[in-house]
Design a binder for this molecule. Structure first.
Ligand code: F6P
Length: 508
C-alpha cells in the first residue's frame, strides 16, 4: 500500500469513529481556542466541525502524503500546476506574492490599469456617470462581488455588471444608463465568449461606436480587431484563470467604482492571506483547516453539498462567486494524471444570506436527512446607519443557528414541549450534531474582503491537493458550448437525441 493510500485509509478509519460535536467539546475545554485562527485580520472558528484530534492528525498526514508543501511551493513559484493546459497559475502574483518575474509582470500590467483609471477620472472619455461591465463567469462574478460589497450604493459611478446573453439583462442596464455618459468595460480572457461578444456588440450599437469602450483580455489583438483602441485595451497573463482573475486588470471596474486606493487595499488583503497560507503550520492555517473540513465531509462522511450563508447583505454575491470558484475548480471526475477518481470530488457549493435563508431553507438544515456542513460569514460592524437592533439581531441569529445545529433538541425535551404527544414530539426533535464553521470580519473593507477571497482561493487549492484534482482547468464547460454552436448552425444531427431535436424544432 502506498503512503497515500495508507493515509487515505487512516482518515477513513478516523472519520468512521469520529465522536459527536458535543463529545468533542466535552473532552476538550480548549477546543474552540485550538481550532480558531486569526489570519490577515480575519477570525476563523472551525471548532463546531468534526475535526477530532484523530481526524485532524490523519488529514495532516494525508496532506503530507499528497505532497502539499511542494504543491504549494509550485503554485507560488510559477511552476506548471495546471497540467492539462500546461500552465502556471499566477493569480497570487497579481497581489504581489510569488515568483519575481510573475510579480514584476503583474506590477507592469497594474500600472497600465492605474493609468487607464486616471484617464477615465481626468475626462479622457468625457463625463462618465455609468459603467457597463460586460463579462461572464470569472470575468463578471468577482468584479460584481467587489462593487456590490464595497461601494455601498454610493459609488463614484453607477455601475452595472452584465453577464447573461438573455437581452433582458442588458436592456435593463441600458434603460438605467445615458449612452453618452457610459463607459463600457468588456472583460473576456479569450475575447471569444459568445455571451460577452453578443452583449458587447449590442452595447456598441446602442452607443453608436466603440470610442468609450475598454477591453480587458489575455488576447489583446482580438480586442483591437473588434474595434477597441489599443490604448484602451488592458492585458493580463494567460496563467491567471478567469475565476481567480479579479486581482488583475479584470478588477478595473472595481478600481473605477471604489477608487485606486481601495483596489490596492484589496490586493494588500489578498497578499496578507497569501503570507499566512505560505507560512502558518498546517494545524494553524485557515485555508488548510477549511480544506480539511471540506474534504472530510465530502469525501469521507458523504456530504454532497456545503452551504455558505453571508450574514451581511453586502456579501450577498459571495455564494455565487464561490460556486464558480469551488465547483469549476474542483468539480472533476479525474485526477491530475487523468485517472478516474475513486472518491467523490468536492461538494456542491450553495448558500444565501442570513437571516433570509433561515425562513426558507434552514428547516432542511436542522431536520432534513442530508448532512450539510455550513459556513457562517459575519461582519462585526454594520454597513448601515440604522438602529443597532438590526445588526445585533442579525449577528445573534447567525450564532444561534450554529449553536442550534450543534445542540439539537432531544426527544425527551421535545416530549416535554408536546404535552406527551409522541408524534408531535418527533416533529419537534432536532438531531443536532450538525457542523458549522464561522468566519468573522471586524469590518468589511477592501483589505478584509481581499483577505477573505484569497482565503477561499487557497482553501480550494488545498482541497484540490487532498483530492488529487487539477483545480485550474475547466474542460467540463466545452461540450455544451460546442453543441450549442451546432444547434445554432442548424447542425443538430446524431449528437442530439430525439427529445432535444424536438425541443430545437419547437424553439428555434
Ligand atoms: O465557460 C467557462 C469560462 O471559461 C470560465 O472559466 C470563465 O470565467 C468564463 O467562461 C468567461 O471566459 P472569458 O473570460 O474568456 O470570456
Amino acid at each position: 500500500m502506498s503512503r497515500h493510500s495508507a493515509a487515505w485509509a487512516a482518515v477513513a478509519e478516523a472519520a468512521r469513529g469520529v465522536p459527536t460535536l458535543a463529545a468533542l467539546f466535552g473532552a476538550d475545554a480548549g477546543r474552540t481556542a485550538r481550532l480558531s485562527v486569526e489570519a490577515a485580520g480575519l477570525h476563523f472558528d472551525f471548532s463546531k466541525t468534526h475535526l477530532s484530534p484523530e481526524v485532524e492528525a490523519a488529514l495532516a498526514e494525508l496532506l503530507a502524503a499528497s505532497d502539499f508543501e511542494s504543491a504549494r511551493a509550485a503554485l507560488f513559484s510559477g511552476a506548471v500546476v495546471n497540467p492539462s493546459e500546461a500552465r502556471a497559475a499566477t493569480h497570487a502574483a497579481e497581489r504581489g506574492s510569488g515568483s519575481g518575474p510573475a510579480v514584476a509582470a503583474a506590477a507592469e500590467a497594474r500600472a497600465a490599469t492605474r493609468r487607464l483609471v486616471a484617464r477615465v477620472e481626468t475626462g479622457a472619455f468625457g463625463e462618465i456617470r455609468h459603467i457597463l461591465h460586460i463579462g461572464i463567469g470569472g470575468s463578471a462574478l468577482g468584479p460584481a462581488l467587489l462593487v456590490d460589497a464595497l461601494d455601498g450604493g454610493r459609488g463614484r459611478y453607477d455601475t452595472h455588471v452584465i453577464s447573461n446573453i438573455d437581452g433582458i439583462a442588458l436592456e435593463r442596464a441600458m434603460r438605467a444608463c445615458d449612452p453618452a455618459r457610459t463607459l463600457v468595460v468588456v472583460v473576456s480572457k479569450t475575447f471569444t465568449t459568445v455571451e460577452t461578444m453578443t452583449n458587447a456588440e449590442s452595447a456598441r450599437d446602442w452607443i453608436g461606436g466603440a470610442e468609450r469602450f475598454v477591453a480587458v483580455t489575455a488576447a489583446p489583438e482580438r480586442a483591437a480587431d473588434w474595434g477597441i483602441a489599443p490604448e484602451n485595451v488592458l492585458g493580463f497573463a494567460e496563467s491567471v484563470g478567469g475565476r481567480y482573475s479579479l486581482w488583475s486588470a479584470v478588477g478595473v471596474t472595481a478600481a473605477l467604482a471604489l477608487g485606486w486606493t481601495a483596489f490596492e487595499a484589496l490586493l494588500a488583503g489578498g497578499h496578507a492571506m497569501d503570507a499566512h497560507f505560505e507560512s502558518a503550520p498546517v494545524t494553524e492555517n485557515a485555508p488548510v483547516l477549511a480544506a480539511m473540513t471540506d474534504v472530510l465531509y465530502a469525501a469521507f462522511l458523504g456530504a454532497e453539498t456545503r452551504a455558505v450563508f453571508a450574514y451581511d447583505e453586502r456579501l450577498r454575491l459571495l455564494p455565487p462567486f464561490l460556486q464558480q470558484l469551488e465547483m469549476e475548480s474542483n468539480g472533476k471526475r479525474v485526477d491530475r494524471d487523468g485517472k478516474l477518481l475513486t472518491h467523490p470530488s468536492a461538494a456542491i457549493t450553495w448558500g444565501g444570506t442570513g437571516t433570509d435563508a433561515q425562513h426558507a431553507v434552514f428547516q432542511l438544515l436542522h431536520q432534513g436527512t442530508h448532512l450539510v456542513p455550513i459556513e457562517f460569514v459575519m461582519v462585526k460592524t454594520p454597513g448601515h446607519g440604522l438602529g443597532a437592533a438590526h445588526h445585533r439581531q442579525l449577528l445573534a441569529n447567525a450564532v444561534a443557528q450554529g449553536a442550534a445545529l450543534m445542540r439539537g433538541r432531544s426527544e425527551a425535551e421535545a416530549l416535554a414541549l408536546s404535552g406527551g404527544d409522541a408524534a408531535l414530539a418527533a416533529a419537534k426533535t432536532f438531531p443536532g450534531n450538525r457542523p458549522s464553521s464561522a468566519i468573522v470580519l471586524d469590518t468589511l473593507d477592501p483589505h478584509t474582503l481581499g483577505a477573505l477571497i484569497a482565503f477561499y482561493e487557497h482553501r480550494t487549492f488545498t482541497a484540490a491537493v487532498l483530492l488529487g484534482i487539477n483545480p485550474f482547468d475547466q474542460w467540463g464547460v466545452e461540450l455544451g458550448k460546442e453543441m450549442a454552436r451546432a444547434a445554432l448552425d442548424g447542425d443538430a444531427g446524431a449528437d442530439f437525441d430525439a427529445s432535444s431535436r424536438a425541443l430545437l424544432a419547437r424553439l428555434l
